[in-house]
Design a binder for this molecule. Structure first.
Ligand code: HEC
Ligand code: HEC
Length: 349
């Protein structure tokens, strides 16, 4: 027998011995350029540093808070001067694996994505030339850009600000939840209720798995589940009215930490999300049925089964890559200071 054939047989035998769950799927490769330690550390500091925003008050971390799996706990995010933005701030965990970013999939890379909030006048309102001048005047940043982009003619550029932040984001991976340990063969990693929840998640009854696919629990697609809102989603971003109401399929990793839910933050808890799907998504809410995917249909599960499904979603939590929030940033500006707005007596973080 040919050697490679023997090897294949041996491998197949070994695979049979391992407690195969059929769930152990490899993650796609991290997209984009490989991060270096210098760029990651620089990116971490920039992520938390309000110096990038026009009025020096707002950092990426204000809307993507490390302790909330990089979401912000609000229905929709608060922009410059306290402006209420239209959408919910998603988690950044595993964004490195995504083919496209934003709820309407309008950015094709983390670098392209970061330009959105940096330049938007109702978000960080950054002026690239001003940002570069500010950073160049801070010796620690000048030194760190020199080290991180040593081989380049112009280490401190706006493009490299964005590349450093993207490098940092590429380290925010989440792939060691209790579910992952179960998938790799450790049956004790999930309790009985969570295992029943996993079975429900993968059933033709709920069909959750059709869109929230293994192992990322998202998919590079956009779908309509019928969240009633005036946001056109894909249709608006890509000028295709036929795709109004379709949104990127979000990851469910760390979903227990990232309430509230959906592009508009309209569902406050996972109980509300499961109740929504049980009734067929937006079907009973007056959303045109043509805008709701056929896999979202009313399904019949008992209340204890709904609790199992939610227990399973909690087993998708892994925040082991959570970075340290820097005690200070090179600009000397306060990290994650509460923002005060003239237009309101309220103080909001
Ligand atoms: C004012 C709040 C706010 C700030 C500041 C902010 N973001 Fe966001 N972020 C959001 C919101 C809201 C969305 C969703 C917007 C949409 O889909 O149109 C988002 C989306 C993202 C996404 C896409 C995730 C996905 O899965 O599609 C990434 C990545 C991201 N932000 C990174 C950053 C970085 C890096 C910075 C700093 C340069 C930053 N954000 C600053 C609120 C903010
Ligand atoms: C047809 C595809 C599809 C199916 C089936 C589906 N989802 Fe979703 N899911 C989506 C899309 C698209 C969104 C975002 C919708 C929006 O914001 O308008 C979403 C959003 C969510 C969210 C909110 C995540 C967040 O970060 O805001 C949760 C939780 C969720 N789904 C869980 C489930 C569960 C549990 C099931 C099975 C009962 C399920 N989904 C079935 C496509 C699907």
């Amino acid at each position: 027998m040919h050697l490679s054939r023997l090897l294949a047989l041996a491998l197949a035998a070994a695979a049979c011995l391992a407690p195969a769950t059929g769930l152990d799927r490899p993650f796609p490769p991290v997209r984009g350029e490989a991060p270096t330690p210098e760029r990651v550390e620089l990116g971490r500091l920039l992520f938390f540093d309000p110096v990038l925003s026009g009025d020096r008050s707002l950092s990426c971390a204000h809307c993507h808070r490390p302790e909330l799996a990089f979401s912000d706990g609000r229905k929709t995010a608060l922009g410059a001067g306290g402006a209420q933005l239209a959408r919910n701030a998603p988690t950044l965990y595993n964004a490195a694996f995504k083919e496209s970013l934003f709820w309407d999939r309008r950015a094709g890379s983390l670098e392209e994505q970061a330009l959105g909030p940096l330049l938007a006048s109702d978000e960080m309102a950054a002026d690239p030339a001003v940002v570069v001048a500010r950073l160049a005047a801070i010796p620690e940043y000048a030194r760190r850009f020199e080290a991180a982009f040593a081989s380049e003619a112009e280490p401190l550029s706006f493009g490299n600000v964005v590349r450093a932040i993207a490098s940092f984001e590429r380290t925010l991976v989440s792939q060691d939840s209790r579910y992952d340990r179960f998938a790799r063969g450790d049956r004790s990693a999930l309790d009985a209720s969570e295992r029943r929840g996993l079975t429900l998640f993968r059933s033709l009854n709920t069909r959750c798995f059709e869109c929230h696919q293994l192992p990322t629990f998202e998919a590079p697609l956009a779908m309509g589940v019928g969240v009633p809102s005036s946001d056109r989603g894909i249709g608006g971003a890509h000028g295709r009215p036929g795709q109004d109401g379709l949104f990127a399929i979000p990851t469910l990793r760390n979903v227990a930490v990232t309430a509230p839910y959906m592009h508009d933050g309209s569902l406050a808890t996972l109980d509300e999300v499961v109740a929504f799907y049980r009734k067929g998504g937006g079907r009973p809410l007056g959303v045109e049925p043509g805008r709701i995917h056929e896999h979202v249909r009313p399904f019949d599960i008992r209340d204890d089964e709904a609790r199992d499904l939610i227990a399973f979603l909690h087993a998708l939590t892994d925040e082991s890559a959570r970075p340290e929030t820097p005690a200070a940033v090179p600009s000397g500006l306060p990290v994650l200071r509460e923002r005060r707005f003239a237009s309101s007596e309220e103080t909001r973080p």
